[in-house]
Write a protein that binds this ligand. Structure first.
Ligand code: GUN
Length: 303
């Protein structure tokens, strides 16, 4: 059986970051401004701490003005809302990201809705959700993980997306729904499958493009994949790996990679596929937000 081409998300993310860094340098030369990103972390969740550190470091590496606010778990909702309001009114900050999840005593949706839509680099504000769904890409900010998945698809399939059958497995607001919207804009025929979908294997077998975003380790089996299909695996699941020693674990996607690689035409690995793209697209969104706030036109899309 032929082997799929492995889509190198690490290399593509590096090329996106390089492009953003050079566009940021051009912006600095042109306008004297640096894109400004503020990341807010509430509490001490170790995974969130790692993400926030990476975001901050990547922003610095791209030549951005980067600010990190680390607040204690006990922070009140009112104090967090005040901080968001201060950042909304800070002209040096073009992008605001509140790391999720927030502690239980804080109303997540209230916080996300307070972020000015033009500074909402996560693309979670209802205004950005609406703009994306209306196809108003010159005004929308698009959630980073689906945006990164589209870059991988475009770099793999070029202009061949139109008319393809795409199945998105998962209907989350962060990945599944915006991904379906982006695929529809590329003229794919889009199916959104989810936990209640009947006969998921046969739905997936009809797909030329499969985007798996369910958060269940290796749920999508190799023989569900249509020969030659393109597979984008958004899942990042940590599972026990006793073969590596006691207490060890490893990361796997939502797709059984070792099986699927014998069926797909191209496939993203986990880790090293979609994961590295997310932070790269956060940088892209921050630059876009900065240009718009400075009254400049968007640059050529990355996808
Ligand atoms: N927590 C996990 N993923 C994300 C993300 O994409 N954005 C934010 N703000 N928090 C997250």
């Amino acid at each position: 059986m032929s082997q799929a081409r492995i889509i190198d998300g690490k290399a593509i993310a590096a090329s996106v970051r390089d492009e953003i860094a050079s566009r940021a340098a051009a912006l600095l030369a042109e306008s004297g401004a640096r894109p400004g990103l503020a990341v807010i972390l509430v509490g001490e969740d170790p995974a969130s701490q790692v993400y926030v550190r990476n975001k901050d470091a990547t922003a610095e590496a791209c030549g951005f003005h980067s600010v990190k606010h680390t607040l204690p778990e006990s922070t009140s909702e009112a104090d967090l809302l005040n901080l968001v309001e201060t950042l909304n009114n800070d002209a040096a900050i073009h992008g605001i990201l509140v790391q999720l999840p927030l502690p239980g005593h804080i109303d997540e949706s209230k916080v996300l809705r307070l972020i000015k839509p033009e500074k909402d680099v996560d693309g979670f504000h209802p205004v950005n959700v609406g703009l994306l769904n209306a196809g108003e890409m010159k005004s929308a900010l698009v959630p980073c993980t689906p945006a990164g998945s589209m870059v991988l698809l475009k770099r793999t399939l070029g202009d061949k997306l139109s008319g393809q059958n795409a199945v998105v497995i998962g209907r989350s607001n962060i990945v599944g729904k915006p991904m379906a919207s982006l695929l529809l804009q590329e003229s794919c025929t889009v199916t959104i499958a989810h936990s209640r979908t009947r006969d998921l294997p046969s739905v997936v077998r009809a797909a030329d493009i499969v985007v798996a975003a369910v958060g269940r380790p290796e749920m999508v089996k190799g023989d569900w994949i249509k020969p030659g299909a393109t597979v984008i695996d958004v899942g990042i699941n940590r599972i026990p790996a006793p073969e590596r020693g006691e207490g060890k674990s490893r990361l796997v996607g939502d797709v059984a990679f070792d099986e699927a690689v014998g069926h797909a035409g191209a496939i993203t690995p986990v880790p090293g596929g979609v994961g590295p793209m997310t932070i790269a697209m956060l940088m892209a969104n921050t630059l876009t937000a900065a240009r718009r706030q400075l009254g400049l036109k968007d640059e050529a899309p990355l996808f």
